[in-house]
Design a protein around this ligand. Structure first.
Ligand code: SF4
Ligand code: SF4
Length: 198
């Protein structure tokens, strides 16, 4: 659900009723109580719950489209990354959490990364990597799941980072709008080079 803006008009000072504090506290507690009761009734009648909470450990939190979550690599139709291992995202990254190594098995620059990892524990979700990328190969997804008991598990390797392009369309649209001034023509999906190289 896209986020909206609600303007809240703030009053100066409090009335005598609010100064008593306890009635206001009771009123505030009525809100979760109302949700609790309506969910209990809905659950007993087999209806959908009206809860806004998410079971975070079991399900990743999905943020609205405008929010910047964890960066991921865009996979093309063949499942391969669109990344050409140019390293611009790693240079732009202010926290130096991107580690990219170009495949040079044939002793020359290849069009794919041999290693691409992001240390999510250090990522600031600033979006500079997606702005720097000339291939729309890295975008900030609407997924945020950074809590883990093992810090090493937050280092995401290329196999954890790859997400099909069609699942990332809202994020890609956001990047296109952001970079329209400097990149009027978005990059087209590349034909992945075969054994003959590029
Ligand atoms: S979002 Fe920012 S901190 Fe995170 S990988 Fe991209 S450039 Fe680095
Ligand atoms: S994700 Fe983009 S900027 Fe980063 S190395 Fe790949 S092509 Fe270059």
């Amino acid at each position: 659900m896209p986020g909206g803006v609600t303007l809240v008009e703030r009053r100066r000072g409090f009335g005598p009723f609010e100064r008593l504090y306890v009635p206001t506290l009771v009123r505030a507690l009525c809100i979760p109580l109302r949700h609790l009761l309506s969910n209990l009734v809905a659950g007993m009648r087999g209806r959908a719950l009206s809860s806004f909470t998410q079971p975070l450990a079991e399900e990743p939190a999905l943020l609205p489209v405008g929010c910047l979550g964890m960066p991921v690599l865009v996979a093309g139709d063949d499942g391969a990354p669109l990344c050409v291992a140019c390293g611009l995202c790693a240079i732009a990254c202010p926290s130096r959490c991107i580690d990219v190594l170009a495949s040079d098995a044939r002793g020359r620059t290849a069009a794919s990364p041999e290693r691409f990892r992001i240390d999510m524990a250090r990522c600031l979700f600033c979006g500079l990597c997606e702005e720097a990328c000339p291939e729309e190969a890295i975008v900030l997804s609407p997924v945020m799941a950074r809590a883990h008991a093992d810090r090493g598990a937050l280092v995401h390797e290329i196999e954890h980072l790859l997400v099909p392009a069609d699942l990332l369309e809202p994020s890609l649209q956001r990047v296109r709008e952001l970079t329209r001034a400097i990149r009027p023509d978005p990059p087209q999906l590349r034909v992945v080079a075969g054994e003959g190289g590029v």
